[in-house]
Design a protein around this ligand. Structure first.
Ligand code: AHN
Ligand code: ZN
Length: 334
């Protein structure tokens, strides 16, 4: 386990537990003032079969590693699928430099609902696959790509189903779904001198170059690894630093809906994920719903960054708990 240097003294007090991909939130801390929700509004049902199908479709392209044909084909499919749900779809295509120097043909895919509305919510997930299964127990697999059903596919599957629901029932406020590319091109475990900012390249780019100049939102929710059976979403440290009120509100909704076995009220160490860059660079208070539990060997799900991150890990029960919770938070934010 490697530990990063903490640069901000207050964080020493705030962040107790640290993990192998910890970080040091250092940007401006935005005001985190969201009013309480209104439980009486209409919320459409979340169809977990549909979300599951959207994950199957992604996985069927093969690993969506930047600069591969599968990646390009999946990008086109994601764009066309979102265009069935809203006419406001933009693709940010750019070349991003990985820390090993590789130029990645990257696409952030963005779908907006009620684009003229000033009151907005950001929903995001990464859609790319990790190029190396560097946590595979078999060393022979550690240079092979990850199928990325859970780590990548699941968050996108849930957001596509949310988009489908919003196309049928207008949420009554602005919602932007941002599918980040090149999240999982972070340095290989066995490479020397790993750097934290090798992760989240697509979200770093979008945060500096949002699809709408001066873009802002009331808050953001990132979904990462939201599909495994037995998932536990602990109260992750970066989210708790930047957006504690959003965390409490989302966890309150989840508990009210009966999903307390998934959404644990336990604070855990700060992680580097796309929400870190959104928080640091845009100032939009953004949380991460991520399957993470320090009691596990890896912290993440068993097949994280292995060649077995395939459809056999995906549970409709977990997808439903997350999708229902996030849809409820969105529709109750009117
Ligand atoms: C690290 O492993 C450094 N952070 C977790 C972010 C991640 C990777 N999410 C999915 N894959
Ligand atoms: Zn990953």
């Amino acid at each position: 386990m490697k530990h990063n240097i903490i640069k901000t003294p207050v964080l020493l007090l705030l962040l107790i537990a640290f993990t192998s991909c910890n970080n040091r939130p250092s940007g401006e801390k935005p005001a985190d003032t969201e009013k309480q929700t209104k439980p009486e509004v209409f919320v459409p049902g979340f169809n977990a079969d549909s979300a599951f199908y959207y994950i199957e479709k992604q996985v069927a392209f093969g690993p969506r590693v930047p600069n591969t044909a599968a990646h390009k084909a999946c990008a086109a499919w994601l764009e066309n699928t979102l265009k069935r749900f809203t006419k406001n779809v933009v693709v940010q295509q750019t070349r991003l430099k990985a820390s090993d120097g590789t130029l990645l043909d990257s696409r952030n895919i963005i779908a907006s609902f009620n684009p003229e509305d000033k009151s907005r919510i950001l929903l995001c997930a990464h859609w790319d696959s990790r190029p190396w299964a560097d946590h595979d127990p078999d060393p022979a697999n550690r240079r092979k790509p990850v199928p990325a059903a859970n780590d990548g596919g699941s968050g996108v599957g849930v957001l596509l189903e949310i988009a489908r629901q919003m196309s049928q029932h207008n949420p009554g406020l602005g919602v932007d779904i941002v599918l980040f590319d090149a999240e999982d091109y972070g340095d290989h475990e066995e490479s020397e001198g790993t750097t934290q900012d090798s992760w989240g390249l697509g979200s770093q780019y979008w945060s500096r170059n949002p699809h709408v100049p001066g873009y802002s939102a009331r808050f953001g929710i990132l979904l990462d690894m939201v599909g495994a059976g037995g998932a536990t979403f602990t109260m992750e440290g970066t989210s708790m630093y930047y957006a504690p009120e959003i965390m409490r509100r989302v966890w309150d909704v989840a508990h009210r809906l009966g999903y307390e076995e998934f959404f644990l009220r336990r604070q855990t160490g700060a992680l580097t994920d796309d929400h870190l860059y959104v928080n640091e660079i845009t100032g939009i208070p953004t949380i991460d719903i991520i399957d993470y539990n320090p009691d596990r060997e890896k912290g993440f799900f068993d097949y994280w960054h292995t060649v077995k991150d395939d459809m056999s890990n995906i549970s409709k029960t977990t997808l439903h708990a997350v999708g229902h919770t996030v849809l409820t938070v969105v529709y109750e934010s009117v």
